[in-house]
Design a protein around this ligand. Structure first.
Ligand code: ATP
Ligand code: MG
Length: 332
């Protein structure tokens, strides 16, 4: 079976619709066909400032949401990144074959550090993509299901894997991005050309999976759309409406064409109202299941510890090979 690995940051109390449609939905499907590793990347989540108690709660809530959305510990390996110390251990080596200029070209760092002010941005935010490369390469992943925003980081990962292999002997599989075009960039409701984001969207711009469905319906009703009236799928000229159609289409299992036909002669108001209902139907059972997992944290933690054990078996074997190739002293 081919391998996949992907991760998500516990940087908010709830995941949003972009996380689900762009990434997690694929994770659920890929468990059936791939040897799948998925992690809550708490090491990545401390790169832009955090509160310890909040981080721990969000890490659990993230795992609970992933299970509620359909990850099955019998079918995949679900774990918390910090419980597998091989990740930062490989990241150090990779950071030593990454060019400073190469890392400086990462758009996510440029965006996030610009928001924080260049002097306040941490070195961890800068080396974030190198740790991400380690996450992926430790598992010899063939494919990495992510949203469009992660494409550049995956290119860096491939470059680093290739460079390491050339310099020290074939060690790592070169991973391919697995990006589903239609849902690769779900946009902010208030800013329909920017990606919906846990940490940078305004509350009105994101549909949170754990939010009260009435609140989400209201946000959808206030979503920015153009001044036209016709419901058409045209991402270049009607990004707001097209984003609503994309979400509707996947959540309701209807094609965009079908939806455009159904809304012919009706305005944006109807589309927004009905998408609010579709979202409510989708999130209600997920919220219930998330709550159930969080009601039994001991069981949840046990499940994650088992995932970490499974992950470590694979990660430690890869790390041992990589350390040996680099020329480190044999481990004792
Ligand atoms: P943050 O703002 O803290 O970076 P985020 O919303 O970008 O949070 P991540 O945890 O960084 O979420 O990313 C988790 C996964 O969700 C990644 O695969 C990422 O590509 C995907 N993703 C995030 N936002 C979107 C989006 N708007 N559309 C599609 N995929 C997305
Ligand atoms: Mg992100």
């Amino acid at each position: 079976r081919p391998r996949v690995l992907s991760g998500i940051q516990p940087t908010a109390d709830s995941f949003h619709m972009g996380n689900y449609l762009g990434a997690i939905r694929q994770w659920v499907a890929l468990q059936e066909t791939h040897d799948a590793f998925y992690c809550v990347v708490d090491l990545h989540a401390i790169t832009a400032g955090h509160d310890p108690a909040v981080l721990r709660a969000r890490t659990r809530a993230s795992a609970a949401q992933l299970l509620a959305l359909g990850l099955d510990p019998e079918r995949c390996t679900l774990f918390v990144q910090s419980q597998v110390p091989e990740h930062p251990m490989l990241a150090w080596v990779l950071s030593c074959i990454t060019g400073f200029g190469e890392a400086s070209r990462m758009v996510q760092f440029k965006d996030k550090s610009a928001k924080q002010g260049a002097d306040r941005a941490s070195v961890g935010l800068f080396t974030y993509p190198i740790l991400q490369a380690a996450d992926i390469l430790l598992y010899q992943a063939d494919a990495v299901p992510v949203g469009e925003d992660q494409r550049q980081h995956l290119e860096l990962t491939r470059d680093l894997a290739g460079r390491f292999n050339t310099q020290f002997g074939k060690t790592f599989t070169l991973p391919a991005p697995f990006i589903v075009r239609d849902t690769a960039k779900i946009t902010d409701l208030q800013e329909p050309t920017a990606k919906m984001s846990k940490s940078s969207s305004s509350p009105a711009g994101i549909i949170e999976l754990l939010d009260d469905p009435a609140k989400s319906a209201k946000k959808i009703r206030s979503a920015v759309t153009d001044t036209g009236r016709e419901v058409l799928y045209d991402p270049a000229n009607k990004p707001g409406v097209s984003n609503l159609l994309t979400m509707y289409s996947v959540l309701a299992g209807k094609s965009i064409d079908e939806l455009v036909m159904a809304y012919e002669g009706r305005g944006y108001g109807d589309l927004k109202k009905e998408l609010g209902e579709v979202v409510a139907e989708f999130v209600k059972p997920i919220q219930e299941r998330t709550r159930a997992y969080l009601d039994d944290p001991a069981q949840l933690d046990k499940l994650l510890a088992m995932g970490a054990d499974k992950a470590r078996t694979v990660a430690s074997a890869t790390l041992a090979t990589a350390y040996e190739r680099v020329g480190f002293f044999p481990s004792r």
